[in-house]
Write a protein that binds this ligand. Structure first.
Ligand code: SF4
Length: 187
């Protein structure tokens, strides 16, 4: 199955919705939950093979520089990079969950701006719609949007430098899926 070439519009819509109101960022959790559900159900990478909006984005962005794209380094395909990216992903999720709990318990103040790669603060994004919700939800939304933004930017850079879907060689969803599929075949 091939990804629909217009699925990338969902990724763009996601980031636009975050500008309308940051709480829409939580919709992005669907892109983590559905791949895992499909993986358990089908024991293959159904999401990656047919439904991933990000893969569609990279396939399209990669076309811009396809003439000059470099060969994907072996360290991406077979090396440690995918484990480093997975570690970053797990660390990010742990920090997101822990800090959100701290905010909900009034033991930390909500972070209401974006961060690139966990530590580099960015200017806040414009908010076209304002509504008041619990501070922990605001915090969770900014943290989750930051994670999605960081990994999308990294994937875009890789798609422009190397082959369009280079990110897929190190994507945490792919790494988790590979481990699960390998394990389930052994059973
Ligand atoms: S590896 Fe990641 S980016 Fe690539 S198709 Fe799968 S979920 Fe999407």
């Amino acid at each position: 199955m091939k990804n629909n070439k217009y699925l990338y519009l969902i990724t763009i819509l996601y980031f636009v919705l975050g500008i309308i109101n940051i709480h829409f960022a939580l919709i992005g959790m669907i892109c983590m939950i559905i791949p895992i559900i499909l993986l358990f159900k089908n024991r293959k990478k159904t999401w990656c093979q047919g439904y991933c909006p990000r893969a569609s984005l990279y396939s399209n962005s990669g076309k811009v520089t396809s003439k000059y794209s470099l060969k994907v380094p072996l360290s991406f395909v077979k090396g440690k990079i995918k484990w480093i990216v997975l570690a970053y992903f797990v660390l990010s999720l742990t920090i997101i969950i822990k800090s959100t709990i701290m905010v909900s318990l009034d033991k930390a103040i909500p972070v209401d701006y974006l961060k690139f790669l966990l530590i580099f603060p960015l200017e806040g994004i414009p908010q076209l719609l304002h509504f008041k919700v619990a501070p922990w939800l605001l915090h969770l939304s900014y943290r989750f949007y930051s994670l999605m933004m960081t990994t999308t930017i990294l994937g875009l850079i890789l798609s422009l430098v190397y082959k369009p879907r280079t990110w897929c060689t190190v994507c945490p969803i792919a790494t988790i899926s590979d481990v699960y599929i390998k394990g389930s075949k052994g059973n």
